[in-house]
Ligand binder design. Structure first.
Ligand code: GLC
Length: 725
């Protein structure tokens, strides 16, 4: 395997995304979009700061500090902070809210993503001293805002806080609110006069909430101001009181992150610890509807769960509040037709409302489109529970939607078309975050020259060195080794999630057994493998296993890049010879072809191991060799009798995964670096497309490629070297 020497890929789009944030920057914070949302929004600033954290620490800090300057004395962080110079283009503004003490804010709050954002800023910070000072300033403010929630929004100490306006949920016109706001009986005559301004900015009415909904939004604001924003009285009188699943999940996650911040600062975190315990338990038990097999918000006024199937119900994954069993059920729902299962075609992952419902609307705001922020949180949650592949699918769509359709507020879940405002800040910010984290180029750059020098100076680490190596005939050891690899696979490789439980494996007796058998390879003569299928199966399995063995033995935590020359360094003794991972790959499986960026063949002329090389390169091996990294193919077990089918299926899986993205609108195809490093193996650049077309599923994109083979442009994806655990 080879390092990533390229920083091509999404660079130009990252530039566009940064430009959007720059344009929306007001001098002390970033507005969500150029015209539709001209002030500062609460959770938008959290997401925006997460993006800035990757390239402008000061702005990231400033974004959050600006918002918290307007924190109310009771700890509440307002949903909107108004810009006095931009009044007149939005409704409702301060004259309507009438917040106490003439504050230029709205009188409600929003999902508290800020502790999460602050911790992220600290982790990414180049200037750690500055970041620590920032955390010191923020800790008491964040604590006060969480205290506000548990004091004023959870009067019964249930561990769950309520929201009192749909705008507080962040998902304004979610179908989940239809019933609770539908119950509000309006006397239109008593409703204050108002004029909607959201339709003045060119966004069609069909993409926005309706007038009936707006009447009810206004009714609630009017109630709050009549009650002087007294929380106790609002609790008594408000017809809309919901223990929202999204809000509580975000708060639960924020508690975890606040606890970590407290830990960094050596603060007392006992209270936060208590919140984490009670809130995750309450989410897992009280907001779980076992009959419906999903998480749901609880309608306090109606005394019942709200059974609407929106994407908010996956948020306990982000909170870390779902049990493993609940997580599996959520995963199955996310991965179903209701939420655009993989390869279903004609949709993007994941719409924010169940696509099979009659009132699903792919265009209307929170009633069906794809939203970047919610999906970003869900994909993080999936990843934390180990559903890496699905998390990656979602990330792929989060990345490709803005590339294809622009940095919009939300996207049509069928066509991908961008809706709402263009130049939308959190879409840009979270795009920057994903591109930086998922394709983290910094970790990968290693000048190829150094790598070559290393080839000459390296010391091999022979991993199968146990002294016991007697007692078995050659053939016997080969098949026993395969059985033992199969056992490890059954027990510790999760094929669905494409991950390996390295820690459990190291501690197991099966692993000890494997080590014993691996040691016997010393007595195995690889020349006994006669057919090409036998050779491929043996060496592919051996390669895949030596990588896993290397990760375990060298105690690698997050990336094979921790050991500078991992693939050239780890080796097995097989019969009289030693083979490093690179030698197995290039010397044997790639028929002694030159490794990329290397002028020399793996085995020199008189190297006796040349006799063992395969004859000719089967490029499908690239989809079968794992490399202990996220961008590699998932691990599989190969057997000689089914070699062809298995390699075809490995190629099909890889080529239809997020490592190959076709963008007809831009006449571009993004390809895994594997197709760059090994282009010769695929018959050179001119033949790569024919090769891909053999395996690509038939759909609009593959048809586009077929028609435009001579003019489509290739860009290569960054390589993700993070460990697949
Ligand atoms: C809309 C969204 C909300 C967002 C705001 C500003 O009101 O529903 O979640 O914070 O716009 O972008």
């Amino acid at each position: 395997m080879f390092g990533d020497y390229s920083t091509r890929g999404f660079k130009e789009y990252v530039k566009v995304a940064k430009g959007i944030l720059e344009d929306n920057w007001t001098g002390s914070y970033t507005k969500p979009s150029p015209a539709l949302y001209p002030h500062q929004w609460n959770w938008d600033s959290g997401f925006i700061a997460i993006g800035y954290a990757h390239y402008d620490q000061k702005k990231a800090q400033q974004e959050i500090l600006s918002l918290f300057e307007h924190q109310w004395p009771n700890g509440m962080v307002p949903q909107i902070v108004f810009n006095p110079r931009a009044l007149g283009n939005y409704f409702p503004e301060p004259d309507f809210w009438q917040a106490p003490d003439g504050r230029l804010t709205s009188g409600i709050t929003m999902p508290p993503v800020h502790a999460t954002a602050c911790l992220h800023i600290y982790r990414k910070a180049k200037d750690k001293m500055l970041a620590k000072d920032f955390l010191k300033t923020m800790f008491p403010r964040l604590l006060a805002s969480h205290q506000y929630f548990y004091r004023d929004r959870d009067p019964d100490h249930s561990g769950l806080v309520y929201i009192r306006h749909p705008w507080e949920s962040g998902l304004d016109n979610s179908p989940a609110w239809d019933a609770p706001i539908g119950r509000i009986k309006l006397n239109k005559k008593k409703l204050p006069r108002y004029e909607r301004k959201d339709l003045m900015h060119g966004v069609p009415a069909e993409q926005r909430p309706g007038d009936d909904e707006y009447d009810r939004y206004v009714y609630l604001v009017d109630l709050f101001r009549r009650l002087g924003y007294n929380e106790k009285e609002i609790y008594r009188d408000c017809p809309f009181l919901i223990q929202d699943i999204l809000f509580n999940s975000i708060l639960c996650r924020a508690n975890r992150d606040l606890k970590d911040i407290g830990g960094i600062l050596d603060e007392d975190i006992a209270q936060i610890h208590g919140w984490i315990e009670t809130s995750s338990k309450a989410i897992s038990q009280e907001l779980w509807c076992s009959g419906c097999r999903k998480f749901e918000s609880f309608d306090l006024a109606a005394g019942d769960h709200i059974h609407t199937a929106t994407s908010a119900s996956f948020m306990p994954l982000f909170a870390g509040a779902a049990s493993e069993d609940q997580a599996e059920i959520l995963y199955n729902t996310i991965n179903s037709l209701s939420f655009c299962a993989l390869h279903q075609g004609n949709c993007f992952t994941i719409p924010n409302y169940d696509m099979t419902k009659k009132d699903f609307d792919p265009k209307n705001y929170w009633r069906g489109p794809v939203w970047i922020n919610v999906n970003w949180m869900i994909s993080q949650g999936l990843k934390n529970y180990g559903y890496q592949e699905k998390a990656d699918d979602m990330k792929q769509d989060i990345i490709q939607l803005p590339i294809r359709f622009g940095f919009h507020e939300y996207f049509d879940s069928h066509t991908g078309k961008g809706y709402g405002s263009s130049g939308f800040s959190w879409t840009a910010a979270l795009f920057i975050n994903l591109v930086s984290e998922y394709y983290d180029k910094d970790k990968n750059s290693l000048p190829w020259l150094k790598q070559r020098v290393f080839y000459k100076t390296k010391k091999k680490k022979i991993l199968n060195k146990l002294s016991e190596s007697r007692g078995n005939s050659s053939e016997d050891v080969s098949s026993r080794l395969m059985t033992s690899i199969g056992d490890l696979k059954d027990k510790f490789y999760d094929l669905n999630r494409g991950r390996i439980d390295y820690a459990a494996m190291k501690a197991s007796s099966k692993y000890v057994r494997y080590l014993e058998i691996a040691a016997r390879l010393q007595a195995f003569d690889p020349a006994l493998l006669s057919t090409s299928s036998q050779k491929k199966a043996f060496w592919i399995n051996l390669y895949n296993t030596i990588i896993v063995h290397g990760v375990v033995e060298l105690g690698i935590v997050s990336s094979v890049r921790e050991v500078p020359h991992f693939f050239a360094d780890i080796a097995y003794q097989v019969g009289k010879f030693t083979f490093t991972a690179d030698e197995i790959e290039h010397g044997i499986l790639r028929a002694n072809a030159r490794p990329p960026y290397n002028p020399f063949h793996m085995f020199k002329k008189n190297d006796p191991r040349r006799k063992l090389s395969l004859q000719g390169i089967d490029p499908r091996i690239h989809f079968a060799l794992v490399c202990g990294s996220r961008s590699c193919p998932p691990i599989r077990f190969y057997d000689a009798d089914h070699m062809d089918e298995q390699l075809d299926s490995a190629a099909g899986n890889f080529i239809n995964s997020s490592e190959v993205i076709i963008l007809p609108e831009q006449n571009k195809i993004f390809l895994s670096q594997i197709f760059d490093w090994y282009k010769k193996d695929f018959g050179g650049r001119d033949n790569i497309f024919d090769y891909l077309l053999k395996y690509l599923n038939e759909d609009k994109e593959s048809e586009y490629l077929r028609q435009n083979i001579d003019r489509i442009k290739i860009e290569y994806l960054f390589y993700d070297w993070n460990l697949n655990h």
